[in-house]
Design a protein around this ligand. Structure first.
Ligand SMILES: Nc1ncnc2c1ncn2[C@@H]1O[C@H](COP(=O)(O)OP(=O)(O)OP(=O)(O)O)[C@@H](O)[C@H]1O
Length: 644
């Protein structure tokens, strides 16, 4: 039987394609209009650039690419030589170029995209950022004394999502598997029954699992097509997935594990590795955590037994290449080039064989959602696809691995922030005359697969993890009551934990014996200020929208950090977060100089992290009636993950 909200598959794919196109266009135009209309400082404040950099080192990285290391220019750097606040992340596509100066500034910025060196960010540290330059630019390296780096729109991920949606669009109804039919509501999920759900216990590999975690694993194992594991902050979602993967292996099933970001996937690789099972991590080694590189396909194709057949040819190619230099006769050289061409072909074929042997013999393959669509997995079949952080991923992205699946387990929390969407059109499709033909009205990119399935099939397809291991009971109370129907329980290990209980000496004061403290900034002494962003003025409403700051509140935050540090709490254990970039810019530098080791960040950027003490600067304070709180009104933004 089909649920009443069944979705027409071609219309779904067509609408997704239209939404993705609008999103890509808005990303492209936002980036180029920002770049050509604003100053480097304003771009930096918008999180799109890092200014005043110098080249610290340059070397050849994996795949023969030139990797440049860029650090802060010592003339302008903060005392601790850390990079300023920025929004550049591993995997971003960037341009590195000389800082524009004086009267030619505007023209130089406009020509940035064509004249600078393009590359991919491979690592981001506190004092440096590493960029693997594209081949064309890598040969010349980066020139200039004072450099800057600017983030560009990334259309690579869109290409794969588009291909995936086009495949879905063209699929004939008789090609739909029962899995696809369930995911679009053309039929209901098979009923989950049997011992696994309610009866005899499994042999648990990790005996410390709590009841809600065990229940979720039993349910995920017993479901035929789809299971959602709902993991509120700190409830051990990843912990649960590791046990689930091991249990699936015990049943001799093949598993593909994906997440929206490299870090979400590496997190699982790190925790699976000690179990000594054959795993392969797909993805460019430069983007992986150092601790997981040995499991990457690239490294395995050089070190595993299966790699021997490739090494022979590689050696022969090296010998031939060396002999070219010694040969004077043109004819002989030509012959060697001919041999090399054949060898290269042979090399590629053997490498392909080696890759398919490696993947074929691995019971668990891990990749980002995007990476799961590469040629390496083209002919592979998996029994189960697991997607972690599923509520942070666009639905089209999830379909990259799902087109090859017959069962999916999604883990996530739809009550935290969804993926960031830029284009207005992507937030809701507008039914416009003829170009809206075949589009599903009201569909948005913000609706994730997790949300859609919950709406389609109800809470019966979901199990929730309810014990959290992160927050004091009093901090947990608010998110639990407001968002999780009061279902969260604090584990004994954290429910009464205070700052004075830290494993080093901390004095007892009000600040260290109370888990939750509010500072009231009403009454006009803490006025909020709208930052007249250059970005807003020149490029229309920029990505920051109208950013806000509150100087008095920043001073109060600093005082509170001082009080905490005076009791003995280490700055490394403290984070200051705020929803507004302008406030972050106002506070971060001063706080970092006064308290080296402290972490400052935006609420959106900090989601998923933890610290012993977290200070939240909410900024908004005005006399409007009712008071205006702007985008803080979004409940999911208030649902941070904090501990104290
Ligand atoms: N059954 C358990 N017994 C004891 N500690 C646990 C248990 N499950 C999880 N934890 C602990 O809780 C913390 C959070 O676990 P984990 O990182 O798996 O959670 P998560 O839900 O994936 O986190 P996030 O909220 O970042 O998504 C970890 O320190 C983990 O060791």
């Amino acid at each position: 039987m089909a649920p009443k909200d069944a979705v027409d598959v071609p219309s779904f794919a067509t609408t997704q394609l239209a939404l993705l196109e609008a999103e890509l266009q808005s990303e492209l135009s936002e980036t180029s209009s920002l770049i050509s209309n604003t100053s480097p400082t304003a771009l930096q404040r918008a999180g799109l650039a890092i200014t005043n950099l110098t080249l610290t080192s340059q070397r050849t990285g994996l795949g023969g690419k030139t990797v440049v290391e860029l650090g802060p220019d010592s003339a302008t750097a903060a005392k601790d030589n850390e990079l300023p606040e920025h929004g550049v992340r591993t995997g971003d596509i960037v341009v590195v170029s000389e800082m524009p100066s004086g009267s030619a500034r505007k023209r130089e910025i406009r020509e940035l995209e064509t004249k600078g060196s393009r590359g991919v960010v491979t690592r981001v540290g506190q004092r440096a950022v590493w960029v693997a330059l594209d081949e064309r630019d890598g040969e010349e390296g980066v020139g200039g004394k004072r450099l800057w780096l600017v983030k560009l729109a990334n259309d690579v991920t869109y290409k794969r999502m588009n291909q995936t949606m086009q495949r879905l669009q063209k699929m004939k109804p008789d090609e739909y598997s029962s899995f696809v039919r369930v995911l679009f509501g053309l039929t209901t999920p098979s009923p989950v029954s049997g011992d696994l759900v309610d009866g005899t216990d499994l042999e648990w590999i990790d005996p410390s699992l709590n009841d809600s975690q065990k229940d979720a694993i039993r349910f995920a194992l017993a479901s035929k097509e789809v299971a959602l594991i709902h993991g509120p902050p700190g409830t051990g979602k990843t912990h649960t997935l590791i046990e689930l993967i091991l249990q699936l292996l015990k049943q001799n099933l093949r598993v593909l594990v994906c997440g929206p970001s490299n870090i979400s996937v590496d997190n699982i690789v790190e925790r699976l590795a000690p179990h000594k099972i054959p795993i392969v991590r797909l993805g460019h080694p430069a983007r992986l955590l150092p601790s997981v590189v040995n499991h990457s396909l690239d490294v395995l194709t050089q070190t595993s037994d299966a790699a021997a057949i490739v090494q022979d040819v590689r050696k022969e190619m090296d010998t031939k290449q060396a002999s070219i230099r010694k040969t004077k006769s043109g004819r002989e050289r030509k012959a060697i080039y001919g041999d090399l061409k054949d060898l290269r072909k042979e090399f590629r074929e053997r490498e392909k064989k080696c890759i398919s042997t490696l993947i074929g013999t691995s019971k668990v393959v891990l990749a980002t959602l995007h990476g799961a669509g590469g040629f390496q997995t083209k002919d592979e079949v998996f029994d189960v696809v697991i997607i972690d952080e599923a509520s942070q991923a666009l639905e089209a992205q999830c379909w990259v691995p799902l087109l090859r699946a017959s069962k999916v387990v999604l883990a996530g929390d739809h009550l935290q922030l969804p993926p960031t969407i830029k284009s207005l059109n992507s937030k809701t499709t507008k039914a416009k005359s003829k170009d809206s033909d075949g589009l599903i009205k009201g569909m948005t990119l913000e609706t994730t697969l997790f949300d859609r399935l919950l709406r389609l099939h109800g809470t019966g397809i979901k199990r929730m993890l309810t014990t959290q291991y992160r927050m004091h009971e009093k901090i947990m109370r608010f998110p639990s009551d407001e968002l999780y129907e009061s279902k969260l329980v604090a584990s004994d290990s954290v429910k009464a934990r205070l700052l004075r209980d830290l494993p080093y000496e901390v004095k007892e004061t009000e600040d260290t014996t109370e888990p939750l403290i509010f500072f009231d900034t009403q009454g006009g002494d803490f006025p909020e200020k709208s930052e007249e962003e250059e970005i807003d003025k020149k490029a229309g409403k920029g990505m920051m929208g109208e950013s806000k700051s509150n100087e008095m509140e920043a001073a109060l935050v600093k005082q509170h950090v001082r009080n905490l540090v005076d009791t003995g709490v280490k700055p490394d254990d403290i984070a200051v977060i705020t929803p507004y970039n302008a406030q972050l810019a106002l506070m971060a530098r001063e706080l970092k100089e006064a308290f080296p080791g402290i972490e400052c960040g935006s609420i959106d950027g900090f989601q998923g992290r933890e610290k012993e003490a977290v200070i939240v600067s909410l900024v908004r304070s005005n006399s409007s009636s009712p008071p205006e709180v702007g985008f803080l009104g979004e409940k999911r933004r208030l649902n941070g993950k904090i501990s104290s």
